[in-house]
Design a protein around this ligand. Structure first.
Ligand code: ZN
Ligand code: ZN
Length: 341
């Protein structure tokens, strides 16, 4: 698939594209990883140190040990013993390779990408929207899916049909295309990888998962509307945030802030950002990674070198104190990429 075609079809805003790419391709914060492992039985309540994590990332050039992709890299235990944290037992894997390894290749890690591209191929070939059966058959004839291709992805099929029948064009589409090209160049990623990130961020998540999450959570009164209600809400909202028209990270908000009042009139489609704004948490520094990237790119163009970390911290603080916080590692990652240019 061509990047421009996909962007036109999904029509995110330029900041959504930027955030999708920067967050899927930058390494996780080692401090956060350390915390997660230490509080997790799976990892034996133990973890390598922050600097050991960071060394692993750096030594692998932030790339998967199997396929060299930078897409959502994480640390994997080579011998599959998740408590064996010896450094020689650890390697960096991208998310698709990780999923393949964990499921022995059963789940197709690239399902979203394949379903979307074959949906488009089908329409080009036959001139009409496929039924679920037709699309599944078409995908099976070309790809190795061990289970039914649309299993777990019906929500994506519904979305693709809706968007095909109700195209909408973001005004920032030219910006989106040039930003994507720019990030591909700086981060040295392939256009397929970039598409994978854009598709996964800018298509809706499975509302059946939301439904079962609500049902399993006391906060939501262990109750949820039927799947059809969620689908109606998405369709009526045009698969966009009802506040700001963002297309990524959509969720269902309870208008009266009572998370147990699931009446349809009380539910609204909001993006992650608008949802956070509404809740008490708020957002301290929105789109921090995008701001850091823009500043560093600008500085690099003007000075031929990357800015000292102090300068980058100043974007957020207005004084000399560094407020980069956990994004210190994002800075270090970009430093490496800019220096490779
Ligand atoms: Zn990989
Ligand atoms: Zn929004």
């Amino acid at each position: 698939m061509e990047i421009a075609d996909v962007l036109k079809f999904l029509s995110p805003s330029s900041i959504e594209v930027k955030m999708a790419l920067l967050s899927k391709f930058s390494p996780l914060q080692p401090g956060v990883m350390k915390q997660n492992w230490r509080y997790n039985k799976k990892f034996g309540y133990d973890s390598p140190s922050t600097s050991e994590f960071w060394d692993l990332f750096q030594k692998s050039d932030f790339r998967c040990a199997i396929c060299s992709s930078q897409y959502r890299i994480s640390v994997d235990h080579i011998n599959e013993d998740n408590t064996d944290h010896r450094l020689e037992n650890l390697q960096i894997l991208c998310s698709p390779c990780n999923v393949s390894k964990a499921n022995d290749g059963v789940k197709n890690p690239d399902a979203q990408y394949v379903i979307m591209s074959e949906f488009r191929v089908y329409i080009k070939k036959y001139g009409e929207v496929p039924t679920t059966r037709q699309l599944a058959k078409h995908i099976k004839s070309k790809h190795e899916f061990k289970n039914r291709p649309l299993s777990g992805y019906l929500h994506l099929y519904h979305f693709l049909v809706f968007r095909y029948n109700n195209p909408f064009q973001s005004k920032q589409i030219e910006d989106c295309i040039s930003i994507t090209q720019q990030i591909i160049e700086v981060l040295q990623i392939s256009s397929d990888e970039a598409l994978r990130a854009i598709i996964s961020t800018c298509t809706p998540s499975d509302h059946y998962t939301t439904r079962s999450n609500w049902r399993n959570s006391k906060r939501y009164g262990n109750n949820a509307p039927e799947g059809a209600v969620f689908l109606e809400l998405l369709v009526e909202a045009g698969y966009k945030c009802e506040e700001c028209s963002n297309v990524s990270k959509l969720s269902f908000d309870h208008i009266d802030s009572d998370p147990t009042n699931h009446l349809k009139e009380n539910l609204k489609v909001l993006c992650f950002t608008c949802n956070r704004k509404k809740s008490r948490k708020g957002i301290k520094f929105e789109n921090k990674k995008a701001k850091i990237f823009d500043f560093m790119l600008d500085y690099f163009h003007n000075h031929g070198a990357i800015p000292p970390i102090k300068r980058v911290g100043e974007i957020f603080s207005g004084d000399t104190q560094s407020y980069l916080g956990g994004e210190f590692y994002f800075y270090k990652y970009l430093e490496k990429r800019f220096n490779d240019i």
